[in-house]
Design a protein around this ligand. Structure first.
Ligand SMILES: [Fe+2]
Length: 154
């Protein structure tokens, strides 16, 4: 099995143990959805697609595993490192790249390394396109508008 699928199998096991069915549905849709937008954006920007998918799959795992969103980016980076270390599917450099992106992913008002920005923008795209008939959250608007331009939508 390739390492993306190894990671997905591990994450699926966490999600399957979520007792709240609606939260479980959100978790699957969001983690898989963000991972796919990560792939799309990474392809467009010449970033590492495989690592981007892995970051997307892991980015909110803390929130769903612990049912606690407080400081989930920082705590999630620690949990992601534990998961990647136990699965032995990344080297130290790759683990650092993924975990750094997870650590900064809530800071949408700041700009970090290009790889970190892939995850933030994928998160925004998923929020905005999950149901495009709903109003875009004010703090997501400017990134969303830039993404539409980048992808030639407007
Ligand atoms: Fe997210």
């Amino acid at each position: 099995m390739n390492r993306i699928e190894v990671l997905r199998q591990y994450i699926d096991n966490i999600l399957l143990n979520m007792l709240d069915v609606e939260e479980r549905r959100c978790a699957y849709v969001h983690l898989y959805g963000v991972a796919q937008y990560c792939a799309l954006i990474a392809l467009k920007r010449g970033e590492n697609v495989e690592l981007a998918i892995m970051a997307g799959m892991l980015h909110d795992i803390y929130s769903y595993a612990k049912m606690d969103t407080k400081n989930h980016a920082h705590k999630g980076a620690v949990l992601a490192r534990e998961i990647l270390t136990s699965l032995q599917i990344t080297n130290e450099d790759e683990t650092k790249i993924i975990c750094d992106a997870i650590y900064t992913h809530s800071e949408k008002g700041l700009v970090h390394f290009a790889f970190n920005e892939v995850l933030k923008d994928a998160d925004i795209l998923h929020h905005c396109l999950y149901n495009p008939t709903l109003e875009i959250m004010p703090h997501e608007k400017s990134r969303y508008e830039k993404l539409k331009i980048e992808f030639g939508i407007v």
